[in-house]
Each structure stands twice: as structure tokens, then as C-alpha cells.
Design a protein around this ligand. Structure first.
Ligand SMILES: *Cc1c(COP(=O)(O)O)cnc(C)c1O
Length: 379
């Protein structure tokens, strides 16, 4: 084909592995692959499934296309992908984390990596100067999350990438919440994009997965280390999970605009409701990060909202339990709407406000979502 294909088409057609007669990729469950008479491996470089598998290869090529990267690695979970980045830094490394962040990222360092002299400092990423002041002699990584979990803070990704590159520090963006449909960190100068593909990439709350994606310009030592950690560390997704995720990506470009459209309408409604103290959604003009979000988010502002309910923790928990269309469960990014009382989900390490509810807006009819909040808040 002569003309380059558009993203929607590539996600459906672009990555099928060769030599097949079926329209849909077969699932290759075999853990081991045949050698021919001359001792060479018969299939395209596959030897043993931990090192590579046709379904994973196919998925990884789609992931690279999605984030406009050159190389992608699929992991068994988002945390496995995050862990790979931290391990690649080596012992005695210092990391700068934003003060609002997926709690598991911070706790992974506290509970596991601190034993290997991996330390971190936290600062407010909405104030760029604070980041520069936090850099130490052994700072190896600046980790960005925008919008952040659970308060939807917006950081200026391009500006932070500049600070990192000026100081020869690796920059990684957890792009789980925005998804590549709304933000493309590699195009903004970030070195590596991390995903919990459990969320929007999977889109149906039925696959656990993670990914790292980068361009060929990444430090080759770091790139090689990440590949080793995936293949030798072995926290790889199963062929079936790779196949499912690859299937999910076929509808990614259809799902994402609906999440964002529903979220914008619901956030606008919630902001007018007297039982709500505050709505955090970067699409609202009242959001302190709205201008930066407009600059770096394409096509919309994503499907995640957090609200502070007027009242205490018990009232917030009660509102969550009164919702009927929104399922009362943690996680996000699926076609079905979810509501999560974050403080009790995060447990003892939580720094989240007790009256905060996190809302993952699904792709149901938005009128049903609004009516559901109306009845729950009225009670
Ligand atoms: C869920 C999530 C993770 C962790 O991913 P898992 O797939 O659960 O391991 C990391 N970052 C963010 C922003 C998330 O929402």
C-alpha cells in the first residue's frame, strides 16, 4: 500500500502477524517453537514464549503505533511496567514524583525498592520551579502523571520534559488516565510512556496489563535494560491477554471520544449541583490546569472526574452506594461507569480527602448517568 494508513485503520489492520489464512489473529498458546532441519527456528524469531510470542509481538506493534513510538514492551500489569522502569535506574537512584499520583507507584518504592536504595522526593508539579529545586546529584528520573490520580492535577508535560533533558534526567509519563487519544507524551519530549493497559486501552475491565513505549532516541543502555527486565524478569502478559488487548484496541478510537463527551456533560452538571463541594475535571474552565490542558490535550479532556461531596466521609460513601448505574468498584477506563471512594480504596497510605469520589465515566447514554447522580444526591 502506498499511502500511510490512518491510526484507526492501523489499529485494525496494521499489526497482524504473517503467514496466516484467518482474518483474526490466532492465539498462539505454545510456549516453545520448532527448529527446522538446519537448526534454525521456523517461525519469525520466536524461540520461547517468555522471550517472545506472536500475540505479544502483534500487540506491541499496535502499542508503539498508538503512542507514536518506535518500540513497545507489554507487561503483565501496569505495576510490572512501572517496576521495570525503577529497576532499570539501578541502586542509589533518586526519583522525583508528583504529590498527586497513583498510590501504588509510591508504595512500590516504599515497600520494595527502598531496600535497594531507591529513594524519592515529592513535589507539586503544577509549580515547575519546585521540580528544579528538588533535583539532587543522584536524581535519575522525573515521573509525570497528568491528569493525576485522583485529583486530576495537570502538569505541563513539555516544560517538565525540557527540565529533565536539560539536567540529563530520564522523563517518564504515566499516560494511563489521558490515554494516547488525548495526550501524546513522546511528541511533547518525554522519554518513555508508561501505561496500565488495564484501563482505557483494555476498555472493558477484563484484562490486566501494562506497557512501556519509547522512541529510538532513548538512551540505548536504558532501552536494553528494559528489554532484559521484561524478558528475563519475565512479568509478561499471556498470549490470551495480548490477543484480548489487541482486540480492544480495534475500538479504542471509537470509545475514547464518547468517554470524554459524557464526562464533559456530567462534570458540567455536577458543578451546578448544591450537594457537590467541588468538581475536578480539566475540561471545566474552573479547573486551575484548564489552560495547560487545552494546550497539551488533544480531542478532549478524558473520561475521569473526581468530586468532593458536601459533608464527611460517611456521606460520600453513602452517595457512592446509592448510585445504581455507576457500579461501586475501583479501577477505571471501562465502557461501564464506576464510582470509587478513593480514601478507603487506597487504605493506610492514602493522602486523599475523605469526601472525594472518583468517577470513571463510561460510554452509556449520558442522560442515564446524570439521572443516576440526581437520584443519589437527592437522597
Ligand atoms: C491502575 C493504574 C496503575 C497500575 O496499573 P495496574 O495495571 O493495576 O498494575 C498505574 N497508574 C495509574 C494512573 C493507574 O490508574
Amino acid at each position: 500500500m502506498s499511502k500511510p494508513l490512518f491510526l484507526e485503520t492501523q489499529l485494525i489492520r496494521g499489526s497482524q502477524h504473517g503467514n496466516q489464512t484467518s482474518v483474526v489473529d490466532p492465539i498462539t498458546l505454545s510456549t516453545t517453537f520448532l527448529r527446522g532441519e538446519d537448526g534454525h527456528f521456523v517461525s519469525d524469531g520466536d524461540i520461547y514464549s517468555r522471550a517472545s510470542n506472536p500475540n505479544r509481538t502483534s500487540l506491541e506493534s499496535k502499542l508503539a503505533i498508538l503512542e507514536k513510538g518506535d518500540k513497545a514492551l507489554a507487561f503483565a500489569s501496569g505495576q510490572a511496567a512501572t517496576n521495570a522502569v525503577f529497576l532499570a535506574l539501578g541502586a542509589n537512584s533518586h526519583i522525583i514524583l508528583p504529590n498527586d499520583i497513583y498510590y501504588g507507584t509510591r508504595v512500590l518504592i516504599d515497600n520494595v525498592l527502598a531496600d535497594f536504595q531507591i529513594s524519592y522526593s515529592i513535589c507539586d508539579f503544577t509549580d515547575i520551579n519546585q521540580i528544579e529545586k528538588t533535583i539532587q546529584a543522584n536524581t535519575k528520573l522525573i515521573w509525570i502523571e497528568s491528569p493525576s490520580n485522583p485529583s486530576l492535577k495537570i502538569s505541563d508535560i513539555a516544560e517538565i520534559a525540557k527540565i529533565a533533558s536539560k539536567n540529563k534526567i530520564l522523563s517518564v509519563c504515566d499516560n494511563t488516565w489521558a490515554s494516547p487519544f488525548f495526550t501524546q507524551p513522546l511528541s511533547l519530549g518525554i522519554d518513555i510512556v508508561m501505561h496500565s493497559s488495564t484501563k482505557y486501552l483494555g476498555g472493558h475491565s477484563d484484562i490486566l496489563g501494562g506497557a512501556l513505549i519509547w522512541k529510538n532516541t532513548l538512551d540505548t543502555r536504558i532501552a536494553a535494560k528494559l528489554v532484559d527486565i521484561q524478558k528475563l524478569g519475565g512479568s509478561v502478559p499471556s498470549p490470551f491477554d495480548c490477543w484480548l488487548l489487541s482486540r480492544s484496541l480495534s475500538t479504542f478510537c471509537l470509545r475514547m471520544p464518547q468517554h470524554a463527551q459524557n464526562a464533559m456533560i456530567l462534570a458540567t452538571f455536577l458543578e451546578t449541583h448544591t450537594a457537590i463541594e467541588k468538581v475536578y475535571y480539566p475540561g471545566l474552565e474552573s479547573h486551575p490546569g484548564h489552560e495547560i490542558a487545552k494546550k497539551q490535550m488533544l480531542n478532549g479532556f478524558g473520561g475521569m472526574i473526581s468530586v468532593l461531596i458536601k459533608g464527611d466521609e460517611q456521606i460520600a460513601i453513602k452517595v457512592a452506594s446509592k448510585l445504581q448505574i455507576f457500579r461501586n468498584a475501583t479501577s477505571l477506563g471501562g465502557v461501564e461507569s464506576l464510582v470509587d471512594h478513593r480514601k478507603t480504596a487506597e487504605g493506610e497510605h492514602s493522602t486523599t480527602k475523605p469526601n472525594l469520589l472518583r468517577i470513571s465515566v463510561g460510554i452509556e447514554n449520558v442522560n442515564d448517568l446524570i439521572n443516576d447522580f440526581k437520584q443519589a444526591l437527592d437522597k
